[in-house]
Design a protein around this ligand. Structure first.
Ligand code: BEZ
Length: 210
């Protein structure tokens, strides 16, 4: 069954390029991005994994660990890492799960047989410190993901978690945000003592909290 937003991310134990990982324990008190790619030694995946290595500090700044997965073995991930370094300037500096038996791929519904026979599609799961799934995304093999967008979405998710605000269309960090509808005006006054601009009673705009 598909994993939905708000579900507890299924726990698992996996072999990775950095040893055995018990997923929930490995996440600890922070956030996590679990992302699959279809196959080692393929072009789009090579660019994606190199880029994730380059922007890993941006995830770390936000308290987010990153974890890749494909149905290839550890030996293949390690061999391919050399190509990633050669062509993208950076080899993966985060663990890659080896899932040749597709146990985790099946657990997370990462194989969509009508799109790609036995390989994982490009899935992304953002998981919060409560181990609940906060965001999911699925791209086909031929379309490389925009991982800057994942960072942007994490900024939004973390603002919601900390400050009860939502983010409007095409929002970028530093721009105004919206008080979540679940917060009454009375409670909003306590959180936002400087007030807000109400374009409609349900559209209450405040500067981004820091
Ligand atoms: C790629 O990464 O380029 C790719 C992987 C599997 C199928 C098609 C493309």
């Amino acid at each position: 069954m598909a994993i939905r937003l708000g579900d507890i991310a299924p726990d698992f134990t996996a072999e990775t390029t950095e040893g055995t990982i018990r997923f929930h324990e490995w996440i600890g008190d922070g956030w996590c991005v679990l992302f699959s790619h279809p196959k080692d030694f393929t072009p789009v995946c090579t660019t994606e994994l190199g880029y994730m290595a380059k922007i890993k500090p941006e995830f770390e700044k936000r308290g987010v660990k990153i974890l890749g997965l494909s149905v290839d073995p550890v030996s293949s991930h390690k061999e391919w890492s050399k190509d990633i370094e050669e062509t993208q300037g950076q080899k993966p500096n985060y663990p890659l799960i080896a899932d040749p038996e597709r146990k985790i791929a099946d657990l997370y519904d990462m194989i969509h047989p009508n799109a790609l026979d036995t390989l994982t599609v490009r899935s992304v799961f953002v998981i919060g410190p409560d181990k609940k799934v906060k965001l999911t995304l699925t791209y086909p093999a031929s379309t490389g993901r925009n991982f800057d967008e994942i960072l942007r979405a994490i900024d939004s998710l973390q603002l919601t978690a900390k400050h009860s605000v939502a983010t409007p269309v095409n929002w970028k960090s530093g721009e105004d945000v919206i008080i979540v509808p679940a917060l009454s005006d009375e409670d909003a006054k306590k959180k936002f003592p400087d007030g807000w601009k109400a374009k409609k009673p349900y559209l209450r705009i405040v500067p981004q909290p820091r």
